[in-house]
Write a protein that binds this ligand. Structure first.
Ligand SMILES: C[S@@+](CC[C@H](N)C(=O)[O-])C[C@H]1O[C@@H](n2cnc3c(N)ncnc32)[C@H](O)[C@@H]1O
Length: 748
C-alpha cells in the first residue's frame, strides 16, 4: 500500500534525524508531539532541514537531566507555536547548519544550534526558547574560538527571559567563518544607537520626562560597540507588525553586494527605516552613513535637478516623518466619519508627532516620533496586515550587522488632554479638538517659566537689585499703602495694577496705542542692530528702530511685601480658566478662555527658551533652512538704550520646543484681544524681561485669545517666514498689503 503523503513526510523527517545520529524512537516521539502542536503544519517542521525537530530532540535529550530523570517531553520540549517569522527572508539566504553538514552531533553542534536558536528568538523578539534545564552557565557566556557570541545574565535565564529589557548583556559579533564557513555574510549594520531613555543633546530641561532618543551615526569603520548592539533588540522587542519594502533594487557593488531598504513599524508605534547590505564578500565593510548621505545628496542634486541649496537627506527623512503624520491623520479621517469630541481618557485618533533636533556639535541627531503608538499602527493596519506577517523587519543578530535609521516613539502619554500644563500651573488647562482627528499638537515640553537655552546672559542676583529697585520696608500688600513704594519708580510713582489685579486703564491704553500706532511713539536706533547682524553679520543694514516700550515692575523676593502683594500679578502665574483648542479656519491650535475676562486682565506669559539672537538664527536658519515656523519673540524693548549690545544680551524667547500655553495664542492683525506687555521683577536689567498677555477689552467665554505678532508680511527677506494670515480682521495687514507696516521683525 502506498504510504499517505503525511506518512511519507514523517518517514523523511525521521530519516533526516537518524541520519545525523538521533535515535529513531526519540525522533518519532518528538515528531509526533510537533505534528500535534503544529496541527499538521509541516512547513514549520520541515523548514531548514527539520531544524525545529532537531532542536526539539536536542532539548529532549537535555531534559533527561543530569540526574537521569526524564521530564515530560510534551511539556518541556516542544516549543510554542511561533508567533511571527520575522527574518524569513534573510534566513532563506542562509543555509542551515544542518544542511551544510557543518556539524555532526555532540557538544559543539548543540551549542551552535542553541546559539542560533536563541539568536533567532532575539531577532523575533520572543523570549529565547531556553529549556528549563539549560544551565545559566551555559548561556552566561557562550563562546568559542571565534569570540563571544551571546551573553545573558543568570537572573534573566532563571526567570526564563521574559523581558528583553531586563537583559543586562547581549553582545553580538560576527560568527566567524570557522564556525559557519558557508554562511554568506549578510551585513545588516545598525547605524543607529537607540536609547529610549536619553534626551537629544541640545535639549535641556526635565530630562527623564522627555524620554526622547539619541541617534548617533557611528562610522561603519568604527563599527558598533557591543553596548550599541545591546539596545536595538529591546526597542524592537519582536513585535514588528508591518514592513514595507520601499525599494528592493539590488545595486551591485563590485558585483557582490546588494542592498535592501525597508520601512517597518511595530505594534508599539516605532518606525524603522533600515538599509541592509547583503554580501558574500568576506572583506566587505559597510560604508559610513555620512558618506552615503553625501553621495545621495550629490546624486539627487544632479539627477533630480533639485534646486534648493539647503536640500539634504535629513530633510527628506523629516519629510518622510511628516508624510507618516499626514497619512496617519488622513487615514483616520477616512475611518471616522463623524467629528469626535476628545475626552481626557477617550481613545483618540492615530497621530504621530515628529520632530528633529540637532545637537550643537552636530555629531548626533535625533528623529523622534511621538504619539499614541497603538493608534499609529492602527492607521496602517487594514491594507497591509498580511504583508507584514510575511515580510518582517530584519533585526540585528550575531551574523547580521545592520544599518538603520529609526524613529522612536516616546513611551506613554506625552500631553495630557485634561491638563496640558502637567500640573505646573495653578489651574488645569485642558486640550480639545472638535474639528479634526488631530488629537495633540506637535510635541513640545511644557514649562511654566522661561529657561535659558545655552548662551543667554541672564543674571538674577539679589546683589544686583539696588535699594531703589525694591521695597525693603514694605509689609503685606503694597497696593494698600498710602504712598506708592520704590517698586513704582519704573512707572512714574504709580502702581499699574488696580486692587482687582487688572492693568490700569491709562497704562493699558498707552501700551495699546504704542503697538497699534507705532509711528506715533518714540523709537531708538541701535548702533549695531542685533537683528540686522543676524541677517548679515559682515555688512549689516542700519537699524530700523525699536519702540521704547513701557515696562511693568513687580515687587519681588528682595521686597518686604508678601507673595500676595497686589503688585505681584504676572509672577504668580495663570489664574484664569483657559483651554487649548483646535481653531476653525486653518490656524491650527489656539487658546481660548473658559470664563469671561474683563479688560486689563492678565492671561498668561509668553514662556519659552531664552536664546541669544545668534542661537535663534542658528536654530531657524541653519537647522531648518528657515522653512519651519518657530515661535520666537524678540526681547528688544530696551535695545536702543545701550550702545554695542553684546550677543549674549540680545535675547529672544523661543517656545518651539519648550513653552507654556502662550505658544498657542494665534495672531490677529491690529484688533487682537490680547496685548503683550514687558514685565520685570528679578532684574532691573532690560536685556531680559517677561512678556505678559493682558486683555485689551472684555473677552467672552469661549472666545479665542489672539495677539498681534507684529509681523511685517511684506518683509520677505526676514529669516523667519511669515504664514498666510487667516486672522479675519478687517484690518488684516496680509490682505491689505499697501497698509502693511513695519514694527519689530516678525513673528515679532
Ligand atoms: C505661536 S503659533 C500659534 C499656535 C499654532 N496655531 C499651533 O497650532 O501650534 C504660530 C503659528 O500659528 C499659525 N497661525 C497663527 N496665527 C495665524 C493666523 N492669523 N493665520 C494663519 N496662521 C496662523 C501659524 O502657522 C504660525 O506660525
Amino acid at each position: 500500500m502506498t504510504p499517505s503523503p503525511q506518512a511519507r513526510r514523517a518517514q523523511a523527517a525521521v530519516k533526516a534525524m537518524t541520519g545525523i545520529g538521533f535515535s529513531n524512537a526519540l525522533a518519532r516521539t518528538v515528531l509526533k508531539k510537533l505534528i500535534k502542536v503544529y496541527e499538521n503544519n509541516w512547513e514549520y517542521i520541515e523548514a531548514e532541514n527539520y531544524r525545529l525537530l532537531a532542536d526539539s530532540i536536542l532539548d529532549c535529550q537535555e531534559s533527561v537531566g543530569s540526574d537521569g530523570n526524564r521530564t515530560d517531553v510534551s511539556a518541556s520540549v516542544v516549543p510554542e507555536l511561533p508567533r511571527k517569522r520575522l527574518r524569513r527572508n534573510q534566513e532563506d539566504s542562509i543555509p542551515s547548519p544542518l544542511a551544510t553538514g557543518a556539524f555532526t552531533s555532540g557538544e559543539s553542534n548543540t551549542r551552535v544550534k542553541r546559539i542560533k536558536h536563541v539568536e533567532e528568538a532575539l531577532c523575533e523578539g520572543e523570549s529565547p526558547p531556553l529549556s528549563p534545564s539549560m544551565h545559566a552557565r551555559d548561556m552566561h557566556q557562550v563562546s568559542d574560538n571565534s569570540g563571544t557570541l551571546i551573553c545573558y545574565n543568570e537572573a534573566m535565564i532563571e526567570s526564563n527571559v521574559k523581558n528583553f529589557q531586563e537583559r543586562t548583556a547581549i553582545a553580538c559579533s560576527s560568527i566567524s567563518e570557522k564556525v559557519l564557513p558557508d554562511i554568506s555574510d549578510n551585513y545588516h549594520v545598525p547605524l543607529t544607537v537607540l536609547s529610549p531613555h536619553k534626551v537629544p543633546s541640545g535639549i535641556k530641561g526635565n530630562q527623564d520626562r522627555s524620554r526622547a532618543v539619541d541617534i548617533h551615526w557611528p562610522n561603519a569603520s568604527n563599527g558598533l560597540t557591543n553596548a550599541n548592539m545591546l539596545e536595538a533588540p529591546s526597542i524592537w522587542n519582536g513585535d514588528v507588525s508591518r514592513q514595507h519594502e520601499l525599494r528592493s533594487e539590488p545595486s551591485r557593488f563590485q558585483g557582490r553586494v546588494s542592498t535592501n531598504t525597508d520601512i517597518a513599524s511595530s505594534n508599539t508605534g516605532e518606525v524603522k527605516l533600515s538599509l541592509t547590505y547583503i554580501s558574500d564578500c568576506p572583506d566587505f565593510k559597510a560604508p559610513n552613513l555620512e558618506s552615503i548621505f553625501k553621495i545621495v545628496e550629490d546624486r539627487c542634486l544632479k539627477s533630480y535637478k533639485i534646486l534648493q541649496p539647503d536640500f539634504s537627506l535629513m530633510n527628506i527623512m523629516k519629510e518622510i516623518c511628516q508624510c507618516a503624520v499626514d497619512l496617519a491623520a488622513e487615514s483616520d479621517k477616512d475611518t471616522q466619519k463623524k467629528v469626535r469630541k476628545v475626552t481626557p481618557n477617550g481613545s483618540g485618533s492615530p497621530v504621530l508627532h515628529t520632530r528633529m533636533t540637532t545637537s550643537s556639535s552636530g555629531a548626533s541627531m535625533a528623529l523622534v516620533a511621538l504619539g499614541s503608538p497603538r493608534e499609529t499602527v492602527n492607521s496602517f493596519e487594514s491594507s497591509q496586515e498580511n504583508d507584514m506577517r510575511e515580510n518582517s523587519a530584519p533585526e540585528p543578530s550575531c551574523h547580521n550587522i545592520s544599518q538603520s535609521l529609526a524613529v522612536i516613539p516616546l513611551q506613554g502619554p506625552l500631553l495630557d488632554e485634561s491638563d496640558i500644563a502637567k500640573g505646573e500651573e495653578r489651574v488645569r488647562i485642558s486640550l480639545i479638538n472638535e474639528f479634526t482627528s488631530e488629537r495633540f499638537p506637535a510635541y513640545f515640553h511644557y514649562i511654566p517659566q522661561n529657561a535659558v537655552y545655552q548662551n543667554a546672559y541672564v543674571n538674577f542676583s539679589l546683589a544686583r537689585i539696588g535699594d531703589e529697585d525694591c521695597c525693603l520696608n514694605c509689609f503685606g500688600d503694597c497696593l494698600n499703602t498710602p504712598i506708592p513704594c520704590a517698586c513704582t519708580r519704573e512707572t512714574g510713582g504709580e502702581f499699574v495694577y488696580t486692587l482687582d489685579g487688572l492693568l490700569k486703564k491709562e497704562f493699558l491704553d498707552e501700551c495699546i496705542s504704542m503697538l497699534r500706532y507705532p509711528d506715533k511713539h518714540h523709537h531708538v536706533y541701535c548702533k549695531d542692530c542685533p537683528i540686522e547682524k543676524s541677517k548679515d553679520e559682515h555688512r549689516p543694514d542700519a537699524c530700523k528702530g525699536h519702540l521704547v516700550r513701557k515696562f511693568v515692575k513687580e515687587c519681588w523676593s528682595k521686597c518686604g511685601c508678601s507673595k500676595y502683594c497686589g503688585n505681584r500679578v504676572v509672577q504668580r502665574g495663570i489664574a484664569r480658566n483657559l483651554q487649548v483648542f483646535y481653531s476653525a479656519g486653518g490656524k491650527g491650535w489656539g487658546l481660548r478662555t473658559l470664563e469671561e475676562l474683563p479688560r486689563g486682565a492678565f492671561v498668561c506669559e509668553y514662556v519659552g527658551e531664552i536664546l541669544t539672537n545668534i542661537e535663534l538664527y542658528d536654530r531657524t536658519i541653519k537647522e531648518t533652512g528657515g522653512a519651519r515656523h518657530t515661535y520666537p519673540v524678540l526681547l528688544d524693548a530696551d535695545w536702543g538704550s545701550e550702545a554695542g549690545l553684546r550677543d549674549e544680551e540680545a535675547l529672544c524667547l523661543d517656545a518651539t520646543f519648550y513653552g507654556n500655553v502662550g505658544r498657542f495664542v494665534n495672531h490677529r492683525c491690529a484688533d487682537a484681544n490680547l496685548i503683550e506687555v514687558p514685565v520685570e521683577w528679578e532684574t532691573p536689567d532690560h536685556h531680559y524681561y517677561h512678556l505678559a498677555f493682558f486683555t485689551t477689552r472684555k473677552v467672552e467665554i469661549l472666545e479665542e485669545l489672539t495677539w498681534d505678532y507684529g509681523i511685517d508680511f511684506e518683509d520677505l527677506s526676514h529669516p523667519i517666514k511669515a504664514f498666510k494670515c487667516l486672522c479675519g480682521s478687517k484690518s488684516c495687514r496680509n490682505r491689505n498689503r499697501s497698509k502693511a507696516r513695519s514694527r519689530a521683525p516678525g513673528p515679532k
